[in-house]
Design a protein around this ligand. Structure first.
Ligand code: ASP
Length: 355
């Protein structure tokens, strides 16, 4: 009996030794690079003037050797652009590539380096189209890589620290900038120059990175990633949706491009005043859009607060959708994806209620 027990013990220890030989020493984080100021270079370290998207991912990684203390790192260049030039094709490529990578047991998390101008839109698009609970983190920089006190290296380090952490699972796609961890649904670029530009003015940050580890305060109740119904696997193009911006004395002719069938718009986001309110000059053109089968979503040009249903506008009567907390550029993302599923305005409203 005693012999049997010691035999079993030896067997268990042998299995444990073999397993630990195969166990990972560190998480595997895959970095997808798209350009932006984090990869930007300028002639001067102290004066303005630089070009985004000049430095390849290999150089960004080798500039921060501390990344290797956090994770095994692999880098891949998707595109090298300023994110002012972001487009649907890059979004589709990113979503498909991330889904493919995260399906593998070999990858624990993804970091995307990205320009800050449209980072919130890409983050929200991926939040709805990546179907994995593993961490996906976007980061970038406000100062080019050649600047004094460039913020890119620490942002990349904090993004990898977050993507490498098992505690970052199930939180949806995140933006990590200047020490904060922000959820894709609420984060916005708020300042044209400051390194503290990304904020979630209504919801607050999910957490922050301290001593190479994410620390968490909040989690979102909005649907994302594994709960999302939106699937772009077999899509090569997205429905065309544009944004019309309102102001005093706005003329109805700003709606003309949307109403011209040759332009192929399937949806329009109205960036309204106040709580998504609509100038009387433009109201008939939005009704005309509905009559032509174009989806109309009311959002607001204000940076905070929801655009609510049935306040000063009778949405039911006009078949308009209210964007709730989504700003116009993120409402555009959700409407594009919503229109891959339905053109029924009530069904579209449900997406805006849930996502
Ligand atoms: N224009 C740049 C971009 O979005 C700005 C930045 O990255 O901060 O690519």
């Amino acid at each position: 009996m005693k012999n049997l027990k010691s035999l079993a013990l030896v067997a268990v220890m042998a299995i444990a030794t073999v397993m630990s030989a195969f166990a990972k020493d560190k998480p595997d984080v895959y970095i997808l690079a798209t350009g932006g100021t984090i990869a930007g270079t300028g002639a001067s370290a102290v004066a303005s003037g630089y070009t985004a998207g000049q430095v390849a991912i290999e150089s960004l990684i080798s500039a921060v050797p501390h990344l290797r203390d956090l994770a095994n790192i692999t880098g891949e260049q998707i595109v090298s652009i300023g994110s002012q030039d972001m487009n649907d094709q890059v979004w589709l490529t990113l979503a498909k590539r991330i889904n493919e990578l995260l399906a593998s047991d070999d990858i624990d998390g993804i970091v995307i380096t990205h320009g800050t101008d449209t980072m919130e839109e890409t983050a929200y698009f991926l939040n709805l189209t990546v179907h994995s609970n593993k961490p996906v983190v976007l980061t970038g920089a406000m100062r080019p890589s050649t600047a004094l006190s460039a913020d890119g290296p620490l942002n990349l380090y904090n993004a990898v620290a977050t993507a490498a952490s098992p505690s970052a699972k199930d939180r949806g796609v995140m933006v990590v900038m200047n020490g904060l961890i922000l959820g894709a649904h609420g984060t916005q670029k708020m300042n044209t120059l400051s390194v503290q530009t990304f904020q979630d003015p209504d919801g607050g940050p999910l957490g922050y990175v301290y001593n190479s580890e994410p620390r968490w305060n909040l989690c979102t109740l909005k649907k994302h990633t594994t709960q999302s119904v939106f699937d772009v696997t077999n899509l090569d193009v997205l429905p065309k949706v544009g944004i019309v911006y309102s102001y005093s004395n706005v003329d109805a002719d700003v709606m003309s491009p949307f109403l011209n069938p040759a332009n192929g718009y399937q949806g329009v986001i109205h960036a309204g005043v106040g709580n998504g309110n609509i100038h009387k000059n433009i109201f008939p053109a939005l009704d005309q859009a509905r009559a032509q089968g174009i989806a109309v979503v009311r959002s607001s040009r204000l940076p905070t607060g929801p655009t609510t249903l049935y306040d000063e506008v009778d949405d039911e009567a006009h078949q308009f959708v209210a964007s709730w907390e989504l700003n116009p550029q993120k409402a555009r993302v959700l409407l594009m994806l919503g229109l891959t599923k339905t053109h029924d305005w009530k069904e579209l409203q449900k997406y805006f209620d849930e996502y």
